[in-house]
Each structure stands twice: as C-alpha cells, then as structure tokens.
Design a protein around this ligand. Structure first.
Ligand SMILES: Cc1cc2nc3c(=O)[nH]c(=O)nc-3n(C[C@H](O)[C@H](O)[C@H](O)COP(=O)(O)O)c2cc1C
Length: 186
C-alpha cells in the first residue's frame, strides 16, 4: 500500500514537471543585404513558429554598397575597419521576453558584417541562448563564429550553420532542420 502511494506520488510529480516545462520563446533576428538571409530567416520562422526581426542600418544598405566588383564599396570599407559600428535603424522592442535569439547574416570577408557587432552591443543578450547562422557563397560559419565568441565571451553563443549559394532544396531543408534542432530543450 505504502509502495503504491509513493509510486502515485512519483507519477504526480512527473506529470507536474512535464506540464510546467514550457516551450522557450524564440526570436529570429537577421541582417540581409540582398535577400538570401531574409528568405532563409522567413522559412526558419515558419518552421519554428518564432517571431522575426530584421536588423537594418540607420542608413540602408543598397546594391551599390555590396557591389563585389567595387573595392571602394561601403561593405569593403566596413570590412577593413573591424572597430567601425554602423548605426542600427532600430532594436527589437520586447527582447527581454525571449529565451532564445537567432542572429543570421551574410558572411562578409569570412566574418559577420560590422552591423551584427553593433546589434549585439546595443541589445542585452546575456542569459539568452544565441544561435548564430549565416548564408554565404562558399565559406563555412566557423571563422565568423569564432570571432564573435572571442569578442563576446560572456554570451551563450551556439554555432548554427551556413546556407551556401545555390543549394538543392534538400540541402536548404537540412539547414533549416539543423537550425531548428539548435533550440535547447528545457
Ligand atoms: C562584401 C561581401 C563580402 C562577401 N564575403 C564572402 C565571404 O567571405 N565568403 C563567402 O562565402 N561569401 C561571401 N560573400 C557572399 C555572401 O555571403 C552571400 O552572397 C550571402 O548569401 C548574401 O546574403 P544576403 O542576400 O542576405 O545579403 C560576400 C558578399 C559580399 C557582398
């Protein structure tokens, strides 16, 4: 009888624990100069049910700014000055309420664009799980992620993955799946 009672108690505790474990609140933030990271972020939002926030420059990035044929273009100037912080148009209003924040960007010069550094410095991400992802021509995320980790050792940064140019539908889906699985289970 005592045995039965304690079993029932254990079961009740298990059920209560399961009920109280709530899904984390997730925000996908991204910067995109020519649409690739935007489109991936939108699909990731559909797959996860997360909210979306676009990181934009106070001065918008134009096609000329990311013209790979012009080494004088804004993107190259920013890449050459790692300490430069382009101003943000705005920050997410209710960041406090999110447990998990994705940050996505196009890889520029095998690193995250400077505006990602501005975003991280202007927003309080301490205590949150921050999942980093990217799109690129051919670079892997590794170096961009390492640089961010070195710069912000106090943040909980998780290395996601990159979507490389001209992916097959399967490869694209794989990236979305991998990024979705990076959300920690509580
Ligand atoms: C200024 C600049 C630098 C880039 N540097 C790299 C690089 O180092 N490695 C790479 O694989 N792709 C590089 N790319 C390609 C972009 O990462 C890729 O096209 C990305 O998907 C663009 O994303 P977006 O459309 O969201 O802006 C670069 C593109 C630009 C404009």
């Amino acid at each position: 009888m005592i045995m039965k009672k304690s079993l029932l108690m254990a079961l009740a505790v298990m059920i209560m624990t399961a009920c109280s474990a709530k899904d984390p609140k997730v925000l996908i933030t991204y910067f995109s100069a020519s649409g690739t990271t935007k489109s991936l972020s939108q699909d990731l939002a559909k797959a996860t049910g997360a909210d979306l926030f676009e990181i934009e420059g106070a001065q918008p990035y134009t096609a000329d700014d990311v013209n790979l044929g012009n080494r004088e273009a804004r993107a190259f100037k920013e890449m050459a000055d790692k300490s430069f912080r382009p101003e943000l148009k705005e920050s997410p209003k209710n960041l406090k309420s999110y447990d998990v924040v994705y940050i996505g960007f196009p890889i520029w010069g095998n690193a995250a664009p400077n505006i990602i550094y501005t975003f991280i410095e202007k927003n309080d991400l301490k205590g949150k799980t921050v999942i980093i992802f990217s799109t690129s021509g051919s670079s892997d995320l590794g170096n961009s992620f390492r640089l961010l980790k070195e710069q912000y050792p106090d943040l909980t940064l998780v290395e996601g993955t990159t979507l490389k140019r001209n992916p097959t539908p399967e490869a694209r889906q794989e990236v979305i799946n991998k990024l979705k699985e990076a959300i920690p289970v509580k």
